[in-house]
Design a protein around this ligand. Structure first.
Ligand code: H79
Length: 432
């Protein structure tokens, strides 16, 4: 009864607030929007954290769908949820050591379990052995390390009875028919209100799962207006794999560079919005003890360089164990990327995509009148680039030594440092 009254109250407040919020989004100028997103573009690199009850199953965050487990069968993961080694300060230190500048945590994934203390559900960490609000601890720990915090929130819900009609996935997840989708949306907006009012300044909300019911009326404009009203600085992105909708601030590409579709998720092209690639260190997002397909650290660095060269961000995932530990295979890779960034971060942080568009051999970034040519896959000792007339000199980033630069038929031929062809990235600085 109490919950129903709270939901009704949330609905009334939402309706009252919508008009002014929609007006606010509509009146934001391009310059204001660019300003609002500047920190995020400058940061370039963030930590994604997938953690929930599925971490206990230890075999992919989709275990409930993949193994057709109903609510009764899944209950054991709730009962066993007891992350006694959960130490978000350790996560935050790992993120910082990796050179990441912000983080996004799954506050609720498709399974429906909430890591935060929500008034609108009993299906939450507070009611497990953890007995506390884990989102709050995450927020405090990451902020203490100077990292911005964002929240992942799954629109798709395999547990909530009002997520009805059920969508394409989790059809054997044990939901009983007959829920009320409008009521689900009220619940969702009420939870988002909690996330945006109980935890201070939030970097943004990262939605996922809309592809489960692409034809449903999600009333996105209302949800987005709510977010922009409650936290005008927060960014909104949704991993729906389609062309972005009004009110979204950036476009997400899952397991692929912007515009690419090797993983089969990204059906849409690149929009005019700022871009983000999200990717995993192995194949799974949630902890998966069977998945040892960890990526080569060199390839991870190259993915970060390639996203920067496309003027995009990289949100790189870890899947901590049920106990709350970052798997060693993930931690070592993060440290390798962090060590690389501590030397080469100048050519990544605060940059924008460079004047030469991405090539198979690599990309360019730029900042403060300098162009950084990132030579990723090229074994020859010189490279031909389209002429950028303002460029006067080429310098080896690593040693600071000048490199020969010649103009030839509308091109620049740049000598490359030799003996380092196997390194993740050879950077040539072009000075104007
Ligand atoms: O949260 C992470 C994923 O769980 C979620 N988005 C990221 C950020 C997601 N990834 N893919 N999908 C959602 C779409 C569904 C893919 C599927 Fe499958 C292919 C579902 C069934 C086949 C991947 C492989 C998941 C289960 C098996």
């Amino acid at each position: 009864m109490l919950r129903r009254t709270q939901l009704l109250l949330a609905l009334v407040l939402l309706t009252v607030s919508q008009v002014s919020a929609q007006k606010m989004i509509g009146t934001e100028t391009d310059a204001q929007k660019e300003k609002r997103m500047e920190w995020w573009k400058d940061d370039r690199f963030g930590m994604f954290i997938h953690w929930g009850m599925y971490s206990g199953a230890a075999r992919h965050e989709w275990v409930k769908h993949n193994e057709k487990i109903d609510n009764a069968g899944y209950q054991k993961y709730f009962d066993q949820f007891n992350p006694d080694l959960f130490d978000p300060q350790k996560w935050a230190r790992e993120a910082k050591a990796a050179g990441m500048k912000y983080a996004v945590l799954t506050t609720k994934h498709h399974e429906g379990f909430c890591l935060f203390d929500s008034k609108y559900t009993d299906y939450k960490a507070t009611n497990t052995h953890a007995k506390r609000d884990l989102v709050k601890e995450y927020v405090e720990a990451f902020r203490a390390q100077g990292l911005k915090v964002g929240f992942y929130y799954s629109l798709l819900d395999w547990h909530h009875p009002d997520y009805y009609p059920i969508g394409r996935y989790g059809r054997a997840a044990g939901r009983t028919g007959g829920g009320d989708f409008a009521r689900y949306l009220v619940f969702m907006n009420a939870q988002l209100t909690e996330l945006l009012t109980h935890y201070g300044q939030i970097g943004g909300i990262w939605f996922d799962g809309m592809w489960d019911k692409p034809d449903a009326d999600w009333h996105l404009d209302e949800t987005y207006a709510l977010i922009h009203r409650l936290q005008p600085g927060a960014l909104v992105g949704s991993n729906h794999h389609a062309t972005p909708y009004p009110g979204e601030d950036f476009q997400i590409f899952e397991k692929d560079l912007p515009g690419k579709n090797t993983a089969g998720f990204n059906q849409s092209g690149i929009s005019a919005l700022p871009l983000e690639t999200c990717d995993t260190l192995n194949d799974s997002w949630g902890f998966n003890a069977r998945d040892n397909k960890f990526k080569d650290p060199k390839d991870i660095i190259r993915t970060l360089v390639r996203t920067s060269g496309q003027d995009a961000n990289l949100l790189l995932n870890i899947g901590p164990t049920a106990m709350g530990e970052v798997p060693a295979e993930a931690a070592t890779r993060l440290r390798t990327v962090g060590a690389w960034l501590s030397k080469h971060g100048e050519a990544i942080y605060g940059t924008r995509g460079g004047p030469i568009s991405p090539r198979s051999w690599g990309v360019t970034t730029q900042k403060d009148g300098r162009i950084y040519v990132h030579v990723l896959e090229w074994s020859d000792s010189a490279i031909v680039l389209p002429d950028v007339p303002t460029v006067t000199a080429a310098i080896d980033f690593e040693t600071g030594r000048p490199l020969a630069l010649k103009r030839l038929g509308g091109n620049m031929v740049v000598q490359l440092p030799t003996g380092r062809e196997d390194e993740a990235d050879r950077i040539v600085v072009l000075r104007r």
